[in-house]
Design a protein around this ligand. Sequence first.
Ligand code: GTQ
Ligand code: FE2
Length: 358
Amino acid sequence: MTASSPGEVKQSTLSAYYEDLQAYSVAPLWTVYEDALVSEPQSKAVPYLWSWKELRPQALRAAQLIGTDEAERRVLMLLNPGLKGRVATTNSLFSGLQIVMPGETARAHRHTPAAFRFIIDSDGGYTTVDGERIPMHPGDLVLTPNWTWHDHGNDTGNPMIWLDGLDIPLVQQLEAVFFEPFPEDVQPVTEPADSTLFKYGAGALKPAWETPTSTHSPLMYYPWKQTWAALQRLAPVAEGSPYDGVVLEYTNPTTGGPAFPTMACHIQLLRPGESTKAHRHTASAIYHVVEGQGCSVVNGERLGWEAKDVFCVPGWTFHEHVNGSATEPAVLFSFTDAPVLQALSLLREQPHPQGSQA
Ligand code: GTQ
Ligand code: FE2
């Protein structure tokens, strides 16, 4: 037997000490300091693309296997492979594909996570939000903010499929999730048609008799017709962003700020042949391809996309976008948690040192 060296003696004394500490629910910071106070964020979420061609048949299958009477919501969750065990698409954001079949309704409820719907396939149908019936046509954006009553209905002859976006992972981390079912399956329609659009969607004109009180947009409906017209007018004349092309934010018309206190929504158009510069920001993002085809390079990985696909960009991950067509525009809808980071002085952005990734 050889005698223990002074170093070995110290190590076993320390180990015994660390073990003793566990009885007091205490641990030394100095052994894990570099894990907690990292030099920069390293998301556990990975860049990932969900293919519409693969998922649409699976959504239709769900519609045959389970009814909206059984499922509170018939949603295929888009789960990040790097975040196993969590209901999360990025660290802070959730997205899913919801399907509502002809004649079906998804019953009324409310919850503290904020939500929106970006319509992919539909001939109509609606979401009722706090008593107002809002139409759902492809490209429309419908908000159901924190604690607003909402139910969905399909009164058309064809399936409706849309992209849901929610801040569930964030609200879960904050342990602030509340949920309440409405006393009836369908809430009564109490507001005139188009009232949020008429009141808050008239561009720079807004009701002067009201003092805005909510932290989210009072406008619940951003029709594709207006969104598309804005992009079409700007695309030929605007320089746009070096990172995103011609990009517009869906704003809260009373503040000019983001639609939700927790989520910002954008629409962007990449002109034929346009490719952007690469950057990264602490905000994470989820993209949906409205039309066109191309690719995004995320952390050096090429995510090739076509119409209706969904992909995610984890926080602090370099990304750039390429329109794959020389003749057609590509249009991407996206949402991020930037408002949260901004409010907490944690929003940082950095251009890629080489301009774009190799
Ligand atoms: O449609 O109300 O994707 O409550 C997740 C939770 C959709 C909804 C989701 C929800 C909804
Ligand atoms: Fe909901």
